[in-house]
Write a protein that binds this ligand. Structure first.
Ligand code: ADP
Ligand code: MG
Length: 275
């Protein structure tokens, strides 16, 4: 190799080194730049996360405050309802006392009996309200428990502890809208009063849900068989007229027939669950 040739190859080598150093420095600069961009991205992400966390904390605090407010309002509503029911039951009790007093004061035995019956019916409304209110949760009431309590009240009142007139409540547990509780409670009251008055032996209250006819509440008793031509819509007394009006009010249907073993009587009230 001539001197000239060896000088030019050294120059090429040094130019190559400068070039690769320049590439290396560019690569390093690129790395630094992308690290800086990544750090900025992380910082801005952290800022957003902090902002979102603050928003969430605020929202949670607002939700807690709203929930507390809602609980307070519900509690207040409950207290007001209790207070209202309490006053209603007291007022009904006052009317019962007035009617009973008037019944004792009248000279006509017929008027006295009517007034005493009216006092008993107002008293029944009081019991229905009291029992319903104790069980009413979230606008529905469990019928078997409710009817069971009403029957305990009626047994104490009508039979004065005489076990000859046992009242048995049986059948399915049925949850119904609370607004059905008042008419159904009053119907039970009238039917059991009738069974106690016109029949004897055990009285059975049964609750069922039939696939095609909806719910069914029946009151059956042993004792005298109802006449074949018994027509509850005929010359019936006030009790059956009230029962029929209440059954119509819940879009129901009253069916009357003989009781167990073709003995006694059975009054069945069919009613839709959404009546
Ligand atoms: N469970 C029953 N067993 C036998 N007869 C009954 C029964 N329920 C009702 N009755 C008959 O139906 C009639 C009408 O009943 P109701 O309208 O409640 O009037 P009241 O009970 O005042 O007589 C009764 O007088 C009675 O003859
Ligand atoms: Mg009657």
């Amino acid at each position: 190799m001539s001197n000239q040739e060896s000088r030019s190859s050294a120059a090429d080598e040094s130019a190559g080194q400068v070039n690769s150093q320049w590439i290396a420095s560019q690569w390093i600069a690129g790395q630094i730049n992308s690290q800086w961009i990544a750090r900025r991205a992380v910082e801005s992400l952290q800022q957003r996360v902090t902002a979102i966390a603050a928003e969430l904390t605020d929202a949670l605090a607002r939700e807690t405050a709203l929930r507390r407010e809602k609980e307070e309002l519900l509690q207040r509503q409950d207290t007001l309802t209790q207070e209202f029911e309490h006053r209603l039951v007291n007022s009904l009790q006052l009317i019962v006392s007035l009617l009973s007093l008037q019944s004792r004061k009248t000279d006509s035995p017929e008027a006295a009996a009517q007034l005493s019956m009216a006092a008993k019916r107002v008293g029944a409304f009081g019991r229905v309200h009291r029992r319903l209110h104790l069980l009413d949760h979230l606008d529905t009431v469990e019928l078997r428990q409710y009817v069971g309590h009403l029957c305990e009240d009626l047994t104490d009142m009508l039979f004065d502890g005489n076990p000859a007139h046992l009242v048995v409540v049986e059948g399915a547990k049925i949850e119904v809208p609370t607004r059905l509780g008042i008419p159904l409670g009053f119907i039970v009251n009238e039917l059991i009063t009738n069974a106690a008055k016109h029949a004897n032996g055990e009285i059975t209250v049964r609750l069922e849900t039939t696939p095609d006819l909806g719910h069914c509440l029946s009151v059956s008793n042993d004792g005298p068989v109802l006449p074949n031509d018994f027509d509850p819509g005929g010359k019936a007394g006030l009790g059956l007229k009230i029962i029929q009006a209440l059954v119509r009010g819940i879009n129901g249907r009253l069916q009357v027939g003989p009781g167990r073993g073709q003995q006694g009587a059975s009054f069945k009230v069919f009613f839709p669950s959404t009546a």
